[in-house]
Design a protein around this ligand. Structure first.
Ligand code: PMP
Length: 355
């Protein structure tokens, strides 16, 4: 979370803009929260340049719930294609199999999730109801820097992206997307809010078994208020959207400014890893994540010393995901370049100490 956002929330915690209430105490149907929700939606639409024929839904359940909610709404119980590029898309594929005929159209499992299969090699099913891609694999550090153009591949299926861990870090080409979903807790706000951006023509096809509260059409018709939405998380995300709109980098503003900053941060960190004989990252350079940078010490017996020294230097949460080990630097939007500079300085110093 950007420090400015936390500060603003602290200031408004007991009394939101003279209302005499905390946002947590407001009725979700009251005027005050209505203004918060409307502003959040409008700001997000502007930031991500979401076209008018897409609906923005604020839901709950996180990315993992969407692994079920998407097939319940879009699959009609028929064939769905999955591009398996790491842990999260594998989970999506497995969960979808409970509701539809999930098939793997492409996979990078043969090279331990270190590449992105070229779209031209995907074995797409002409009858697939949609194609699922995790556009940033948080654990494996694999990011699709360009979304595939399914039409150019001869497919009419909508592309569904799980953009949980890089939403708002760069622009989205909505002409290539049918639906995007993501948990808020990386770049948008606190956990508890799930964002869904869905093309209007994909609404209204849910399976009979789809829970009403998770039926996209119901959620859209009720402007994300069929049930009580996660009000405080929406408020915090709204503050983050305003913060994002204020960001500039030269002539760039908003998400474009973030993208430039994220490119600079990632280049700095990967540059440090690649120039060193001490650290490694084996992800192919054309699909390295700008948000999640997994790396390994060539001598893994020094991992604990590396982490202890990092913690002492104020560099936190660098331990890699338990399924892959090693290290992982999460350099989301709110991480300033100074944070990455500090990490790189520490990495160089640690390497020299060990020599
Ligand atoms: N997809 C991706 C890409 C993720 O990074 C995560 C969480 N780290 C999830 C799905 C699961 O999200 P949640 O925990 O919000 O269900």
């Amino acid at each position: 979370m950007p420090a400015e956002v936390l500060q603003q929330a602290a200031t408004e915690m007991l009394d939101w803009q003279g209302s005499g209430m905390s946002v947590m105490e407001m009725s979700h149907r009251g005027q005050e929260f209505g203004r918060i929700l409307e502003a959040a939606e409008a700001d997000l639409r502007e930031l991500l340049a979401v076209p008018a024929h897409f609906r923005i839904l604020f839901m709950q359940g996180g990315g993992l719930a969407e692994n079920a909610i998407v097939p319940l709404n879009l699959s009609r119980g028929e064939s769905v294609d999955f591009v398996v590029t790491g842990s999260w898309s594998r989970k999506s594929f497995k969960e979808a199999g409970r509701y539809c005929q999930a098939r793997v159209a492409a996979s990078n499992e043969a090279d331990q999730h270190t590449s992105l299969p070229a779209p031209a090699t995907w074995q797409l099913d002409g009858k697939a109801r949609y194609v699922h891609l995790c556009s940033n694999e948080t654990i494996n550090g694999v990011e699709a820097h360009e979304l595939p153009d399914l039409k150019a591949l001869g497919s009419d299926a909508p592309l569904v992206i799980d953009f949980s861990s890089h939403v708002a870090s760069r622009s989205v080409d909505w002409s290539r997307v049918g639906l995007a979903f993501g948990g808020a807790q990386k770049n948008l706000g606190p956990a508890g809010l799930t964002l869904v951006v869905v093309r209007e023509d994909l609404l209204g096809h849910a399976l009979e078994a789809c829970p009403t509260a998770f039926n996209y059409q119901t959620v859209a018709e009720n402007r994300s208020m069929y049930n009580t939405p996660p009000t405080f998380a929406i408020y915090m995300a709204g503050l983050t959207f305003q913060w994002l709109k204020r960001q500039t980098e030269g002539a760039l503003r908003g998400v474009a400014a973030m993208e430039a900053r994220n490119i600079a941060k990632a280049e700095l960190l990967y540059g440090c890893i690649d120039q060193s004989a001490f650290y490694t990252n084996s992800v192919a350079p054309d699909c390295r994540s700008r948000m999640n940078v997994p790396f390994f010490l060539r001598d893994e017996s020094r991992n604990d010393a590396f982490l202890a020294g990092a913690k002492a230097a104020g560099l936190l949460q660098l331990k890699g995901h338990k399924s892959v080990g090693g290290m992982r630097a999460s350099i989301y939007n709110a991480m300033p370049i100074e944070g990455v500079q500090a990490l790189v300085a520490y990495m160089r110093e640690f390497e020299q100490q060990q020599a």
